[in-house]
Design a protein around this ligand. Structure first.
Ligand code: HEM
Length: 314
């Protein structure tokens, strides 16, 4: 979106703190029915704190949109092709497209643009970060699987830099990421609103019900995944997936409101992981039994994940 959050360099970061605060608060409030009415919740100290977090988040997004509108207004480049420093055609940024499509507020209001930007900022960064971390942790526990990834990456990349066309060749790494997303789906739980009666077996879910879908548990169903807690990337070999129920694996949700960033997410993860694995041997300092995954909208380890990185010599 064209802003620097500096989340890696600043120990205390207002934007990051606000994201964590809001995530924690959503779950806290959702699980306490007496806090559901606004007129009660916003009178509590937690409700007031949450408003402060939201004001940081919305303030940042508003600033990004206003700055971008300003730039677009002054460069008048809406209909011109943009070229980067190498002279190749540059695609327009997502925010630029939204601003252009907004028809100066007649088609998309400022608030609607802001909601889209918030969704992308949130869905697009924490999800992939968590998934990359869990994959590193699992590779650090399984040296033989890590070595297979290393061999694949070395064979495809050699000494050259990664190119877009290489990403489709990293098949084993893709299976590793998919299996990691099965065991630790970044989004462990989603909800849907039943817009009509749904019959499941002998039971009916009536219209208007909020339905919780526990992706974390679905992914550990023994019926579809024998030895469900075992990390086995070969579960995602084509011959092993072809007869699996399509909704037995839903890290990106399913249906019309599934994740629109899933292809990008896999590209991003393959890029980051292949660079790390090519340079370092990863060793995990914890085991599956000593880490505690928690669901704060994103499935994270409650106390972080400790790994050591040893520089590869070959
Ligand atoms: C490993 C990475 C990711 C995972 C596991 C993931 C997972 C999901 C899930 C489960 C949903 C459905 C949420 C719901 O229905 O409540 C979703 C929606 C969405 N995701 Fe992702 N996501 C990932 C990465 C990304 C990235 C990188 C982007 C953007 C660049 C993105 C953009 C979105 C958007 C915009 C939606 C909302 C779609 C809609 O409501 O129509 N996601 N994601």
């Amino acid at each position: 979106m064209g802003i620097q959050v500096n989340a890696m360099t600043q120990e205390k970061n207002e934007y990051v703190d606000a994201i964590y605060g809001v995530c924690e608060e959503i779950l806290y409030r959702v699980t306490r029915i007496w806090l559901h009415p606004d007129f009660i919740y916003y009178r509590t100290s937690r409700g007031k704190k949450n408003l402060q977090h939201l004001s940081v988040l919305h303030g940042t997004t508003n600033r990004v949109i206003h700055e971008r509108k300003h730039v677009l207004h002054h460069t008048h480049n809406e209909n011109k092709e943009m070229h980067n420093q190498f002279g190749t055609k540059e695609r327009k940024a997502f925010l630029d497209l939204l601003i252009e499509a907004s028809g100066d507020g007649t088609i998309l209001t400022h608030q609607q643009i802001r909601e889209e930007v918030d969704t992308f900022l949130f869905e697009g960064h924490d999800t992939t970060t968590a998934s990359i971390c869990w994959t590193i942790f699992l590779l650090g526990l399984h040296p033989e699987i890590q070595e297979r990834v290393y061999n694949e990456v070395s064979e495809i990349l050699g000494e050259k830099s990664l190119e877009l066309s290489d990403l489709g060749e990293l098949n084993y790494l893709e299976r590793v990421i998919k299996e990691s997303l099965r065991l630790y789906p970044s989004v462990g739980f989603i909800t849907r609103f039943a817009s009509q009666d749904i019959k499941i077996g002998t039971r009916t879910i009536p219209t208007g019900t909020s339905v919780g879908i526990h992706i974390f548990d679905i992914h550990r169903n023994e019926k579809y995944y024998p030895e469900p807690n075992k990390f086995d990337p070969d579960r995602f070999l084509p011959e092993n997936t072809k007869s699996r129920h399509p909704y037995a694996y839903i890290p990106f949700s399913a249906g019309p409101r599934n994740c629109i960033g899933q292809k990008f997410a896999l590209y991003e993860e393959k890029t980051v992981l292949s660079y790390i694995i090519k340079k370092y041997k990863i060793k995990s300092m914890q085991t599956v039994d000593t880490i505690h995954p928690i669901n704060e909208l994103i499935v994270r380890p409650s106390e972080g994940l400790m790994v050591t990185l040893e520089k590869r010599t070959t």
